[in-house]
Structure formats: structure tokens, C-alpha cells
Design a protein around this ligand. Structure first.
Ligand code: ATP
Ligand code: MG
Length: 289
């Protein structure tokens, strides 16, 4: 990554040029997190361009979820910084980070199973509107949240299910509901951790389409952790590959697909990959630029 201290290939791409001139919405600087001696996230420096869909991929245990936990404030880093819109948010509690505009899906835990789809999404819109404790808020405002909920439900492809209790939704629709709940809180940056996990194969294209549409509207930035390579390759602008806590490579989908070290990491044959020293990337790996 440019300026991030990574070894970069000399050539530039139009996407890389655009990235330089665009707003960087989120940066991590030499982020590190240890768990009792295990380094789960090791010197990770990434820069996320506003409006892009930036995927984080890597084998199991690479540190992807831990990275999300550090960005969203669930975990505090052992070292390093997180900067959102040029503001240092390192160590802030999760609710403050959420208020600043970073939305994180928490899988099923955010859904109230006995409430309908509409009620779930309206509550999320209301929480963002700071009226969640004001029961005397004017009815007009309630209508406003409800309108927002209908809009978001339509956006994620759940129209027609507004009055279905969440617990009756098929798994794929529950994942859509999670995204709707996230969107209702109107985040500028969405952190999606394996949104297609557990979703039936035939339901995946619609879910991917939902994410693609959010990205194409251009108002939001998406940081996506996803294992399904076909999904990642088709919807990402930029891909960062993590392995054993470190950034192994970064680039466009085409660059990542052609990267031999990345292919080896996925095949588990890491013996031949030289380990980088303190740069967040292995030496000599052709990176994004
Ligand atoms: N709370 C924790 N306590 C101890 N170790 C942890 C904790 N959270 C994560 N780890 C360890 O940190 C490493 C990175 O885990 P993490 O969940 O971030 O990987 P991941 O890339 O999200 O993997 P997956 O693709 O399987 O979800 C793993 O070795 C994991 O066991
Ligand atoms: Mg994970």
C-alpha cells in the first residue's frame, strides 16, 4: 500500500491512482493484538478508500475477525492505531465508534427473534436517531423511522416480509435482516464479517447482489471479510490478504488471483514464502501498485 510501508511493485494502475486522489476513510497503523503471547494481528497497516468495497481475505485464523474487533472497538490493540476520517479512534468504546459512523454486524445477536422484520429495523433506525429512550418523542418522528425501515427493507430485498417475526425467516433472509439493521443505523463504513456464512448456496447470489447494490450507491464504504473466492473476486475493488496475522498482499482482484504467494497461502504451503520484517507484508511480493 502506498505510504503504508509495504513493498510495492513499481507499476501503477488506474485504480491505484484513483485511490491516491480519493478520501481515505479508514486507516490502521501498525495494528497489533496479542492473546496470551499469540499474535493474532501483527503490524497491520491498511488504508480503505471511501466508497470502495475493500475485502479482507485469508485462511482460517489469519486474524480477520480480530482486525474487525479492533476497528469496531470490541478489542483494544496491544499496539498501533485506528484512524477513521482522520480522527484517532483507537481504544474508544464500541458505542462511540458506532456513533461516529462505523457499523458492524453482530450476526444473529442483534436480531430480536420475536419482533417482526419491520420492528427490528425500525428500532435500529430509532437508536441511530437518538430517540431510543424518549418514549414521548413525537409520533411524527416515529413515522419517519418507520419510513426509513421500509426503505431499508426494500433495499436489502426483504419486501413482503415486513410483518414476519424474525425467528421465522430462513437463514439467508436473517442475514439480509442483519444488513438491514446495520443500514438503518446509517453507517458510513460497514464491517461485514462473512455475510454469506451459513446461507444456502442458492440464496447467495441475492445476498451478494444486495451488498453490490449498497456499494454501487456510492454513499457507503464496505469492509468485507469473506471466504467465498468467487464472491470476493466479483464484488471487490481492493483485496487485502492476511496470513498469520500479517498483511501478505494487497491489490485488485486480478492481481490477487495471479499472486503465487497468495495461492500458496491458501494451499497451506507457506514454507516457501519469505516472511516480511515489520512491514506488514512479505518481502518481494508484488503488491497493489
Ligand atoms: N478472544 C480470543 N482469545 C484468544 N485467542 C483468540 C481470540 N480471538 C481470536 N483468537 C486467536 O487469534 C487468531 C486469529 O483469529 P481470528 O478469529 O481473528 O481469525 P479469522 O481470520 O477471523 O479466522 P476465520 O476465517 O476462521 O474466521 C486465531 O489463532 C484465534 O484462535
Ligand atoms: Mg473470522
Amino acid at each position: 500500500m502506498r505510504g503504508g510501508g509495504f513493498a510495492a511493485a513499481p507499476q501503477t494502475t488506474p485504480a491505484a491512482e484513483a485511490a491516491v486522489s480519493s478520501e481515505i476513510i479508514l486507516e490502521t497503523h501498525h495494528l497489533r493484538r496479542e492473546f496470551n503471547g499469540l499474535v493474532a494481528v501483527d503490524d497491520v497497516s491498511i488504508r480503505v478508500v471511501a466508497g470502495q468495497l475493500h475485502a479482507i481475505i485469508g485462511p482460517n485464523g489469519a486474524g480477520k475477525t480480530t482486525l474487525f474487533n479492533l476497528i469496531s472497538g470490541i478489542l483494544k490493540p496491544t499496539a498501533g492505531r485506528v484512524v477513521f476520517r482522520r480522527r484517532d479512534i483507537t481504544g474508544l468504546p464500541p458505542h462511540r465508534i458506532a456513533r461516529l459512523g462505523i457499523g458492524r454486524s453482530f450476526q444473529i445477536t442483534n436480531i430480536f427473534p420475536n419482533l417482526t422484520v419491520l420492528e427490528n429495523v425500525r428500532l435500529a433506525a430509532q437508536a441511530r436517531g437518538k430517540d431510543n429512550l424518549r418514549f414521548w418523542a413525537p409520533y411524527q418522528r416515529f413515522r419517519q423511522y418507520e419510513a426509513r425501515a421500509w426503505e431499508v427493507i426494500q433495499q436489502v430485498g426483504l419486501s413482503g416480509r415486513e410483518f414476519v417475526p424474525a425467528r421465522f425467516l430462513p437463514h439467508g433472509d436473517q442475514r439480509k435482516l442483519e444488513i438491514a439493521i446495520l443500514l438503518a443505523s446509517d453507517p458510513d463504513l460497514l464491517l461485514l464479517d462473512e455475510p454469506t456464512a451459513g446461507v444456502a448456496t442458492e440464496e447467495i447470489p441475492l445476498l451478494v447482489e444486495t451488498i453490490r447494490r449498497i456499494r454501487e450507491q456510492g454513499r457507503r464504504t464496505i469492509l468485507l471479510v469473506e471466504h467465498k473466492m468467487d464472491v470476493v473476486m466479483t464484488i471487490s475493488d481492493v483485496i487485502t490478504v492476511m496470513h498469520q496475522g500479517r498483511v501478505l498482499a494487497e491489490g485488485s482482484p486480478a492481481q490477487i488471483a495471479a499472486n503465487e504467494q497468495v495461492q500458496r497461502a491458501y494451499l497451506g504451503d507457506m514454507d516457501t514464502v519469505p516472511q516480511g520484517k515489520g512491514t506488514g507484508a512479505s518481502e518481494g511480493i508484488p503488491l497493489s501498485e
